[in-house]
Design a protein around this ligand. Structure first.
Ligand code: B3K
Ligand code: ZN
Length: 877
């Protein structure tokens, strides 16, 4: 590792800034070889700081070259400033002054994709979290909020579109004949929300009239060849704007809202004030090129970034430890929006399934951290599933505890009290408490305690007194630096189901009901239900009312009963999953012992009952039919054996498929959509069930199914059906697989986002020499190491390829480590993300565990970025 190891910074060391910047005036002279940035910062000492004589220390980057710096027009000679690490230190300053700073940067050589960089032929920015310091020297921290005016100068032939935050206020020609455009954003904001775009772009224009009657101009910009794919995003934006008015009373504030799509982007999208920048994969959509899942993602991400205008921009974070303040809340908001647009149960199942698969794994690994971390080495590593998804669950629990109306009172108070401020998670909870007159002090432990709590539930029924008791124990496992855990306040929503599959009424705390939210807040508690007419089956943690692992000893019969009869749709899915996990766990053990796999599966019975119930949403049926994923089974395994998991899943699927072959064929035929493609809830549901049925039908080995899959591929008029058929052809290794994969590439080679799907599927294909295929893909002309989407496609595909990635000769892990080491020099954020599979090494079966650890140790010996250093060192600690 590097001689000097990067140090952690701590929440407990937070101090208010010593200086404030009231106004920020920026001029960008954009050019392909060198870009000059001139800043005029109106700075004054912060009266709230207790260090009134400290030096001015501005954040910078190794890629920023200072040309000149002046205070109130006086150019500082070299002796009057110095550099310390990447920071610019000016010892003597007046109380209040204008600092002018001229810097040179090279966006064309910026491979980290943070700060100002080039994607295709355009200039664009990504400043969250600490990218602005790669543009110019600044107080690059979210509690320094400033009013920005930005002038962009460029050659208008190559860059006819020049955008920044706020409203365009001036436009003209410079003495050199270049064009300049000036933007002014009246809302003060931290530098992480700054954005600039310049390029030759097409635009889709629209308008939205806000609830107070103001007309807002809406614009979506893309490169010319993509402008026909933004109608859905525009529609999603307008629906998001309306939803935020109706559900949260939040109105848009500027006169214009712009979104720009870029191809090279480290993550999904960015909520810059008035100028969102999107990874094109989260914005572009057309029936021919985009699957239903991707449509839903576009809708959700557009909503998410728009919702940040209030939860993030108008009220922002005091420091990066508070990241979940904006991210957890905004994810909760976008989840609620999508639920309202489609089906709330389906959406809940999808979100919970994702959380339990990915966040639970993170929370059980070496990078486990609370939703408000106490320390970090590199903030970019903390844009995690915990901050986002668990953070959203914590907000959802507050919603459950306060109810719809109480939550709205709390959010109104929060926005009103803190508008224009940079605040903390405590401020958020305080507003919820104050608006409702409740005490959430114990609840707040969710913000500081990491790890997934385990609830162990036992019960007792007394026929004579008609009393039913639930005893709930809670325990949170130790996580790094948190050996002991306190009891959390956990809302557990419970109903009772009777033998006739009906909700069983009961009296709880003197009130008659058929559903109750139990307030679990101690290590062990007993809850008493009275007037319970018969021995019930408890339906626990309905709607996944808390992000916990639930342990209740359900019999197979009880699970089958809940699966077919629980009035709570979410728990029907949950029961099916549990039944499947139980059966798969037994099969995994057999596979590990090299025994012949055999199961007497009860899922067949459950699925039969499910398919007979015609009242169910087809999307729900598809979700219940889906066996737990390879990744989820890994998460619930004591020791992860990917090969045994794969074999077990395959076996169970085949057994079910063979038993219900005519049902699956029928489902396949009955769920064909005759109308033209629409990304509507109804059509999406039918397609998902049809394609789930196709998978099972194929798993039965039916030749008719094989012919149907190939026919579906050839006849499909939309990407969902086309890709589902291709996926099946590849997965079931149909004789046509090679031909169809080649045809697919041929057809879509000019659509970058579709090529990514091809790359991923090709990399995930389980074949002998699978790793060679992956290596060849990385040399393919349509691959581009600079493009994070393509990297994620190939490396992500490899991650799903059990035989290649988890090869017992260690070649898969070694290849990943090679890529991480190489990429770390180019783009540390992406390199660090790629480390995730290796961080699970301690959970793997010994043979694989040692191999993974060996690769982590090899990475650790390199000279690493802070990003990769943090993940690797914590994983090996
Ligand atoms: N706030 C951005 C994430 C920025 C990540 C920087 N490494 C997108 C979002 O959550 O909306
Ligand atoms: Zn966000």
């Amino acid at each position: 590792m590097a001689e000097q190891q990067p140090a952690a910074i701590y929440l407990k060391d937070y101090q208010v800034p010593n200086f404030l910047i009231d106004k920020t005036e920026l001029t960008f002279d954009l050019d392909e070889t060198q870009t000059i940035v001139t800043s005029r910062l109106h700075i004054r000492r912060n009266p709230d700081s207790d260090q009134q004589t400290s030096a001015l220390v501005l954040d910078g980057g190794e890629d920023v070259t200072l040309i000149a710096v002046a205070i109130d027009g006086y150019t500082l000679p070299k002796e009057e400033y110095r550099f310390q690490d990447d920071k610019l230190v000016i010892t003597a300053t007046p109380e209040s002054f204008v600092l002018t700073c001229e810097t040179l940067i090279e966006p064309q050589n910026n491979t980290r994709l943070e700060g100002l960089y080039r994607s295709s032929s355009m200039f664009c920015t990504q400043c969250e979290a600490e990218g602005f310091r790669h543009i110019t020297y600044y107080l690059d921290r979210p509690d320094v909020m400033s009013v920005f005016t930005t002038t962009i100068i460029a050659d208008a032939n190559r860059y006819p579109v020049m955008l920044s935050n706020g409203n365009e206020v001036e436009r003209g020609t410079t003495e050199e004949g270049k064009t300049f455009v000036t933007w002014h954003d009246p809302f003060k904001k931290p530098a992480y929300l700054f954005a600039l775009v310049a390029g030759n772009l097409e635009v889709l224009n629209d308008t939205f009239t806000t609830m107070s009657g103001r007309e807002v101009k809406l614009q979506i910009f893309t490169e010319q060849h993509n402008i026909d794919k933004v109608d859905f995003a525009m529609d999603s934006l307008k629906r998001s704007m309306k939803w935020d008015e109706e559900v949260y009373g939040r109105e848009y504030d500027l006169d214009i809202f712009m979104i720009v799509a870029v191809d090279d982007f480290n993550m999904g999208a960015m909520e810059n004030k008035g100028l969102n920048i999107f990874n094109s994969s989260c914005l572009l959509a057309s029936p021919e090129t985009t699957t239903d899942d991707a449509y839903l993602r576009v809708e959700a991400v557009v909503a998410h970034e728009y919702f940040h205008n209030w939860s993030g921009n108008r009220v922002t974070c005091r420091d990066w430890f508070q990241l979940s303040l904006k991210e957890g809340f905004t994810v909760f908001r976008d989840q609620s929006f999508s639920a309202d647009m489609h089906s709330d149960v389906v959406k809940r199942v999808e979100d919970v399934s994702f959380l339990k698969t990915t966040q639970f794994a993170e929370d059980a690994g070496p990078m486990a951290h609370p939703i408000r971390p106490a320390s970090f080495i590199e903030i970019s590593n903390f844009y995690t599933l915990t901050i986002y998804e668990k953070g959203a669950e914590v907000v959802r629990m507050i919603h459950t505890l306060l109810g719809e109306e109480g939550f709205r009172k709390g959010s109104d108070l929060y926005f009103e009290r803190h508008d224009g401020q940079a605040v903390t998670c405590d401020d958020f909870v305080q507003a919820m408490e104050d608006a409702n007159g409740v005490d959430l002090s114990q609840f707040k432990r969710w913000y500081s305690q990491a790890g997934t709590p385990r609830l162990t539930v036992t019960d007792q029924y007394d026929q004579a007194t008609q009393t039913y008791q639930l005893t709930i124990k809670q325990e949170t496992p130790a996580t790094p630096n948190q050996p002991t855990k306190l009891a959390l306040h956990i809302p557990v929503k419970v109903g009772l189901v009777g033998s006739d599959n009906q909700a069983l009424a009961f009296t709880y705390e003197g009130e008659q009901s058929d559903e109750v939210v139990l307030q679990v807040n101690d290590h062990e508690q007993t809850f008493v239900f009275e007037n319970v007419a018969e021995l019930p089956v408890p339906s626990l943690l309905r709607g996944f009312s808390a992000p916990v692992k639930l342990q209740y000893d359900y019999s197979t019969e009880q699970l089958l009963q809940l699966m077919s009869g629980d009035p709570d749709g979410f728990n029907r899915w949950s029961a099916a999953q549990e039944l499947a996990v139980n059966e798969l766990t037994a099969l995994i053990v057999q596979a590990q012992k090299k025994q012949a796999l055999s199961t007497d599966t009860h899922l067949i019975e459950g699925f039969k009952a499910l398919l007979a119930d015609k009242t169910l949403d087809p999307a729900m049926v598809a979700l219940i039919l889906a066996l737990p994923s390879q990744a989820y089974l890994a998460e619930v395994s004591e020791q992860i054996d990917p090969h045994a998991i794969k074999a077990a899943r395959k076996h169970l699927r085949e057994v079910i498929a063979k038993a219900l072959v005519s049902e699956f064929k029928g489902l396949y035929q009955d769920n064909t959509v005759a109308q033209a493609y629409q990304p509507s809830a109804e059509q999406i549901a039918k397609r998902s069930l049809k394609n789930a049925a196709l998978g099972y039908w194929l798993a039965s080995g039916s030749d008719e199914a094989k012919a149907a899959a190939v026919r579906q591929y050839r006849q499909a008029d939309n990407m969902t059906d086309q890709f589902a058929a291709l996926n099946c052809a590849v997965h079931f290794d149909l004789p046509e697989a090679d031909e169809l994969l080649a045809a697919f590439f041929e057809q879509w080679q000019h659509e970058a986002l579709v090529v990514n799907k091809w790359l991923m599927l090709s990399a995930a294909r389980e074949q002998e020499q699978g790793l060679d295929t992956v290596k060849a893909l990385m040399q393919h002309p349509n691959f581009d190491i600079k493009n994070p989407n393509k990297l994620r496609a190939v490396i992500g595909g490899l991650g799903q390829n059990v035989s290649a990635f988890h090869n017992l000769d260690g070649s898969g892990y070694a290849f990943l480590a090679d890529q991480i080491i190489l990429l770390d020099k180019r783009n540390p954020q992406i390199a660090s993300r790629l480390c995730t599979p290796l961080t699970r090494w301690q959970r793997m079966v010994p043979a694989l565990s040692e191999l993974m650890k060996g690769q982590l140790e090899r990475i650790a010996q390199q000279d690493l970025s802070k990003d990769v250093y943090e993940v690797v060192s914590k994983s090996l600690a």
